[in-house]
Design a protein around this ligand. Structure first.
Ligand code: GLC
Length: 708
């Protein structure tokens, strides 16, 4: 048996042996990833002798089709199959569709998100795949950007913590590898434009965007995806400093870097920094990319460049070694064991999904109308998203990818808000009138108003639709659409108490709801159980614990509105707007009141390499047991560069019984207080730090920590 097939050897021994046997053609073949869609017989003919490194967007039986078509290559190197399983294996119709990352991030529950990653990995692997292009570690600081729904929100610490949790979940059983993306600062582009230039410095990259990727690397993430855009006019795909010096050398990333879709070609066609594919391929490889997603000509270009000595074989060997190591780690050479197909959407995963949906649901306003009394007689459920599973699922499901299938029929069981309300209160108590569409309203509003007049309570489900979110889909205007505004205003005129439920991909301007509605529930894209969780909250079947991971501006032009900004020297507000946001990061109500007291630091003076304990008492003064996310913010009182007035440095979610008081302790590493100096060095500066611990950015206890 060839050494590389000997399972008793180490991954490095097997990799070295295999590498030594490969021709340069076979090596470069490993650096190419092809999309299943659009593959033609010629592609197979051209590549089948070589063995292509990877395919993506193939699902289930299509994988067998590829494996059959690509004959057993000389060295029998298996391809690695990738897919966008970013909130469950949702491109597979019938698999568990979890809430979106943005929705899940409002749970602030690392353990649940770990379990979601683990469950998703089993469903992806059961379907024959080995690699998910997830998590998104972009930070959503400009809400005009189309892909806010795919992020864990606006805060770097939350993105890093939840990214680490989901990566560990994806990779813990060894079935698949994760892919931290999009490296780096993709969502920070001018004007919130998708795949555009982020006009920021390396210092800003390090201060805000790099930490989540550091945590991903430290968590053992198998792959990282290069973003479409550019940092201060240098495309990431061609950015050796970002990809090699920082990611591979400084952070010690040992997995492989895959470009995003056709990044090589974009250097020529979109970013105009290369005259042709050959030049672009050379830039791509020399910058530190190990695999090209599509751009078939990348293969012949790199082969020619190596033969001409323009790219060293040593550089190729590094990429191929990284790819092969992952394939050995996944057991692809050894007939890896996969979970049974029965794991797809199994009861255990559905129960987990239900729990996540509940903990991800955010109660933003409640004037006491919730929970509704069980003896209520009639509830009017109205609004364009009351019964829209497409709006509720959001992006990256079988409705939208790999190919658009708008009329697909979901094979799995799901609950829209209407379905949830019928299940919780009984269909006989529910009257449904759509009222309007997201765009355009027809005559339905009158019927919705009539239904409201004849009901004891009104649930109005609004938000946005799939095609207002995603790649190429940035929005200049994130106000509620006209038809929805008219619906809410007409409902308010009835004098009935309105319970607004939001089903949306990203924050919208909802001042009207704050003014006119008795309650507001935010679900974002809640997955299979998003509608049921909203209904269960309305009925008081669980105590809501979700908190916003992202802020809601009053107006589309109030950008950026993230919480952790510098102090505005000249007021920091617009003369034609009140100060502040409609809702802010950390906002979220419970049916219980949680009272904080006795904030204590294990040390009030610390050295720079200390770890201190920050403890606080939290009392559940309500009648329901509940969960509470305790947040720890820091303010560096005087620093040599501007620092935000408050920055999250820790959070813990705890369960507290009704009437009980719990002491919650968070660890604070003083090294986490470092700033990034103008020369990009990191330093914890001596001085005072305000430590703020509480429910959110407004309700917290303060203490002062001196760092020597
Ligand atoms: C897309 C996205 C990326 C995704 C990839 C494969 O264009 O930018 O997030 O993983 O292509 O679908």
């Amino acid at each position: 048996m060839e050494k590389y097939l000997d399972k008793t050897l180490t991954i490095d021994e097997r990799t070295d042996d295999l590498l030594s046997r490969m021709t340069i053609e076979e090596k470069v073949g490993q650096m190419l990833q092809l999309s299943y869609n659009g593959l033609n017989p010629l592609d197979y003919a051209r590549f089948k002798k070589l063995g292509i490194g990877s395919f993506f967007h193939a699902l289930g039986g299509e994988i067998d089709d590829i494996l059959k078509k690509t004959e057993k290559t000389r060295l029998r190197i298996p391809p690695i199959f990738g897919i966008d399983a970013i909130h469950g294996h949702a491109l597979h119709n019938g698999a568990t569709v979890f809430p979106s990352q943005l929705a899940m991030s409002c749970s602030f529950n690392r353990d649940l998100i770990f379990e979601m990653g683990r469950a998703t990995a089993k469903e992806v692997a059961a379907d024959g795949l080995d690699w998910t292009f997830s998590p998104v570690l972009c930070i959503a600081r400009d809400l005009r950007w189309g892909r806010v729904n795919e992020t864990f929100g606006e805060d770097s610490y939350v993105v890093g913590e939840l990214g680490e949790a989901i990566i560990k979940g994806y990779e813990c059983d060894g079935y698949i590898i994760a892919c931290a993306k999009h490296y780096i600062a993709y969502g920070e582009a001018t004007g919130g434009r998708d795949a555009y230039d982020s006009p920021i410095t390396e210092r800003k990259v390090r201060e805000v965007f790099l930490e989540p990727f550091r945590k991903a690397v430290d968590a053992g993430c198998g792959s990282i995806m290069t973003a479409y855009g550019s940092i201060d006019a240098l495309p990431l795909t061609a950015n050796k400093h970002m990809l090699t010096d920082i990611l591979k050398d400084e952070l010690g990333f040992e997995g492989f870097v895959v470009t995003d879709y056709e990044n090589v070609k974009s250097l020529v066609k979109k970013q105009h920094v290369a005259a042709d594919i050959k030049e672009a391929s050379e830039m791509t490889v020399e910058a530190g990319n190990d695999m090209s997603m599509n751009t078939h000509k990348f293969y012949t270009s790199v082969l020619e460049l190596v033969k001409k000595g323009k790219i060293s074989e040593e550089r190729i060997n590094d990429s191929v070694r990284r790819i092969l190591r992952i394939k050995f780690r996944l057991g692809l050479f050894d007939g890896k064991e996969r979970p049974p197909k029965s794991v797809i959407s199994c009861n255990e995963h559905r129960a987990l999904n239900h729990e996540i949906a509940q903990e991800s649901t955010v109660l933003l306003k409640n004037d006491g109308v919730l929970p509704l009394k069980q003896n209520i007689k009639k509830i009017a459920v109205v609004g364009p998203n009351a019964d829209s599973i497409r709006a509720q699922y959001g992006d990256w499901t079988f409705f939208s990818h790999p190919l658009p299938s708008p009329i697909a029929k979901p094979k799995g069981t799901y609950y829209t808000v209407l379905g949830g309300m019928k299940k919780v209160f009984g269909a006989d108590k529910i009257v449904f009138e759509k009222g309007c569409d997201i765009f355009g309203h027809g005559s339905g509003i009158g019927k919705a108003v009539e239904a409201a007049k004849n009901a004891d309570a009104v649930v109005c489900v609004i938000g946005d639709v799939l095609h207002l979110n995603g790649e190429y889909r940035d929005r200049a205007n994130i106000e509620l659409t006209k038809s929805q505004i008219e619906l809410v205003e007409r409902l308010a005129e009835t004098g009935k108490k309105i319970i607004a439920v939001l089903v949306n991909g990203k924050p919208l301007c909802i001042n009207l709801l704050k003014e006119k509605c008795a309650a507001i529930i935010e679900t974002f894209n809640g997955g299979d159980f998003g509608g049921l969780a909203a209904a269960e909250l309305i009925a008081g079947e669980f105590n809501p614990s979700g908190k916003l991971s992202i802020s809601f501006p009053q107006s589309s032009s109030q950008m950026p509105c993230y919480y952790n900004q510098f102090d505005g020297w000249h007021g920091g507000q617009y003369v034609d707007l009140k100060k502040g946001n409609t809702y802010t990061f950390g906002d979220g109500l419970s049916f219980s009141e949680f009272a904080y007291s006795k904030l204590k630091l294990s040390k009030t003076t610390a050295n720079k390499n200390d770890v201190i304990e920050v403890s606080v008492n939290v009392k559940n003064k309500g009648k329901m047991d509940g969960k509470e996310t305790v947040m720890l913010f820091v303010n560096d009182v005087v620093s040599s560069i501007l620092t935000p007035q408050m920055e999250l440095k820790g959070f813990e979610k705890v369960f507290i019984r009704a009437g009980e008081t719990k002491t919650v302790t968070l660890q604070l590493k003083i090294s986490d207080l470092a700033i990034v100096k103008p020369d990009c060095t990191y330093e914890v500066e001596s001085g005072d730090f305000e430590i703020m611990v509480g429910r959110n950015t407004k309700e917290n206890l303060k203490a002062v920590l001196k760092v020597k």
